[in-house]
Design a protein around this ligand. Sequence first.
Ligand SMILES: Cc1ncc(COP(=O)(O)O)c(C=O)c1O
Length: 442
Amino acid sequence: MKKHSIQKSLDLYKQAEKIIPGKTQLISKRSSQFAHGFNPLYAESSKGGYFVDVDGNRYLDWMNCVSAIILGHSHSYVNNAVKNQIDKGSIHTINHSLEIELAEILINEIPSAEMVRYAKGGGDACAVAVRIARGTTGRDKILFSGYHGWHDWYQSANYLVNPEDGRFPFAGIEPIGVPKVLKGTAIPFTYGDLNQLKSLLDEHGDEVAAVMMEPMRSDYSVTGYLEEVKSMTNKNGSLFIFDEVSSGWRMSVGGAQKRLGVTPDMSVFAKAMSNGYPMGAVVGSYEAMEPADRMFVSSTYWTDTIGLAASKATIEYLLKNNSEKWFDDYGKELKSKISEICSNSNVDVEMAGINSCPVIQFNVDNELIPFAKTLFVQEMAKQGIHMTTVFHPNMSHNKEDITITANAIEKTLKVIEKAMNSNFEDFLEAPILTEPFRRLVR
Ligand SMILES: Cc1ncc(COP(=O)(O)O)c(C=O)c1O
């Protein structure tokens, strides 16, 4: 397959290497996460389900800014609300009524919401939730299962494990700069392992402020698991927190919790809640959140109105367009078309994951998985499709995008089959993509 030139992207990345430590602002946008030399690194513009890179190549986008784009890039419904708000002032010297309007919408839609605070991103909002949980309970320790951002409270867990052993999310990234005195204040537990959580609760008892977890990502948990975690947590006098930064909105307006029927004490939302404008929210019960009135939780740009207007418009659009059904139907069709390609292939590969978050799963020998994944990403990029092995559809994607993707996957699997029958090195033109943090929740 022919390769697009991404020379301008590569030149910019080289420039960034000299003046931006880490090269990007988000680890998921590092070149090492994709097929280096094949996947574009810098965008010129994005619209609907596609983006154009700085070299002028157009890509079908299944990443959607790591799931933040839910309606489509540069969506006119949200953009109009934002433009209207900018003309009235993006931020004001005094408060703005949108703070209350959006809070009322969130309280209406999210089962766990009686009170609301705002932030500007997922990690930011998780840190707010942890501060409130610690303040409300008067306890310090957090047991967690998931990825919860870059802040000290969470990254300190890295000191508890050997970062190279691959057990917890940070393989290859060290907790440099995180205070060592925080060691032991945030403790990971394995998703699905009730015995482990029980012994952690027994061991740390009345020091545990909260059990925080991603309720799910691309798979459901075993029936009754989340209910049991909630019961054990509350029995321990700790708060139960869902991090819905990734699970929120696509599966259901109001979060995965609405579909799962489990109501935590607090929940964190960000990413897709505002279709690409900076926003985050912590919601929860009156009992859990009211004490924040007496805590220092305050920041100037949390009062900006752009994220509020974008979020209000995004949620309105999702509700008006029956998004829950759209994501279910669209994912079903995508999974079924690609499943057919997978079952006709000689590569052991299948479609997995829930309809709103389909995943391509290689069932080949463990040691071959990084090779198969890299070759997959490389060959898809050559055909103008930017993705890893997870799909985050947005509502601007259409049936033709499914056909384009299914055809490209068919060709890609033929290349992988040849590589498996001979040698991956003969087909891999990009370095093996790296996985800087392992997620605790699939
Ligand atoms: C579940 C979860 N929590 C928190 C975060 C951090 O969000 P942000 O990157 O907006 O800080 C992410 C980001 O991937 C996430 O998936």
